[in-house]
Write a protein that binds this ligand. Structure first.
Ligand SMILES: Cc1ncc(COP(=O)(O)O)c(C=O)c1O
Length: 371
């Protein structure tokens, strides 16, 4: 298999665990094992008695049931649980795509959604989003591009790296275009539950379209990436069975302790998501002030969801060098736009962590010194 390196993983490999302030993380503040066990009576004893044998390939039935509860039409049997969302992306795209298939994906994006189809030999069309259009999706593009050879269209809602969300009208339009040609929609919904206004939240695509494959995970809004538990939800039985067959050759089944803790976390999903939404909302107020104070240097399209956005530096800089200078001088990590194959004036900022105010203060000090 020929696949391009993951730009983000190679960057984080160098800097994530040796930089004190991560001002670009895509996940929210995490929890400890103790905090998760305290959510349920007797959970600690049950955890200690947990048998460490193989687990069910598709995921523990109780875990699949609490996942199914997050949807309107999805049953336990429509779910497969994976080692993070990443394994779900790999298995699902390999299951539904073949060499020569046309595949459309939003750009900028989470790189796997583009790189895996390229490695399969698909004809990949980028559905470009721009800060100049406030990251809104150009529906004319899909109207022009989607046709009988379109095997799948991939969307990310809420969106990484911009924090944007498609409108409900655009989603309905997308579903009707896909349905016309029998195309799959691969819907990356890993940031669900982080919408700032409930009325902006979109339905899960697997609830409104038979050939949609929805991707979920505990890593982002709930802040539990160390559990490595993600899932695929779809009513398309044929796709689901092919996805399961691929998983047999990767992880076979999930970690029992992770499944146990994930089940408790998802039984308390509102509580955990709201704790993190509170952190996001209070950090957003600081960012409003920051973008106002430094409007001669930085600008943004205020996001609608999630703990990240792609912001812009106005003076001409080499963004990669700028990020390295900031790291050296203040111990703060940003992600240059080049990681997302976007222009060199943009950077991803993350604001789902509790120490974000201090990181932002250090970033502000660096801007004062530099411009
Ligand atoms: C949009 C998107 N999809 C999928 C993933 C993969 O998630 P995980 O790290 O939980 O496997 C990420 C992680 O950053 C992401 O941002």
């Amino acid at each position: 298999m020929e696949i391009a390196p993951s730009r983000i993983e190679r960057y984080f490999e160098k800097f994530e665990f040796n930089t004190p302030y991560l001002l670009c993380s895509s996940d929210c503040q995490s929890f400890t094992v103790k905090e998760i066990l305290e959510l349920e009576e007797n959970a600690q004893d049950k955890f200690m008695d947990l048998y460490l044998g193989y687990t069910e390939t598709r995921g523990h039935p109780e875990l699949r049931q609490v996942i199914a509860n997050l949807y309107e039409t999805i049953e336990e049997e429509d779910i497969i649980v994976f080692a993070g969302a990443e394994e779900g992306v790999f298995c699902a795209l390999n299951a539904i795509l073949g060499q020569g298939d046309q595949y459309i994906v939003q750009h900028p994006n989470y790189q796997s959604l583009e790189e895996i189809p390229k490695s399969i030999g698909c004809k990949v069309d980028q559905w470009k989003m721009s800060h100049l259009d406030n990251w809104e999706c150009d529906m004319d593009f899909v109207h022009d591009k989607v046709g009988p050879s379109t095997k799948a269209i991939a969307v990310i809602n809420p969106h990484n790296p911009t924090g944007s969300l498609m409108t409900r009208a655009d989603i309905d339009d997308l579903v009707s275009i896909a349905a016309r040609y029998g195309s799959y929609i691969f819907s990356d919904e890993v940031y669900r539950l982080s919408e700032y206004h409930k009325e902006d939240a979109l339905p899960a695509l697997c609830d409104i379209y038979d050939k949609a494959i929805s991707l979920g995970v505990l890593s982002k809004s709930l802040g539990l990436p160390g559990l490595r538990i993600g899932w695929i939800a779809t009513r398309d039985k044929e796709a689901l069975s092919k996805i399961a067959q691929i998983k047999d050759f990767i992880t076979i089944c999930n970690s029992a302790p992770s499944e146990f803790l994930s089940t408790i976390a998802l039984k308390n999903v509102t509580k955990l998501a709201n704790r993190n939404l509170d952190i996001i909302q209070s950090n957003l107020l600081l960012l409003d002030q920051f973008f106002d104070n430094y409007q001669y240097v930085v600008k943004w399209v205020r996001p609608k969801s999630g703990p990240i956005t792609l912001a812009e530096i106005i003076p001409s800089v080499d963004m990669e060098a700028f990020c390295m200078d900031l790291r050296e001088s203040e111990g703060v990590l940003l992600l240059p736009g080049s990681i997302f194959d976007y222009d060199n004036q943009h950077f991803r900022i993350g604001f789902g962590r509790a120490n974000m105010p201090e990181a932002l203060e250090r970033f502000s000090r660096f801007l004062d010194k530099t411009f």
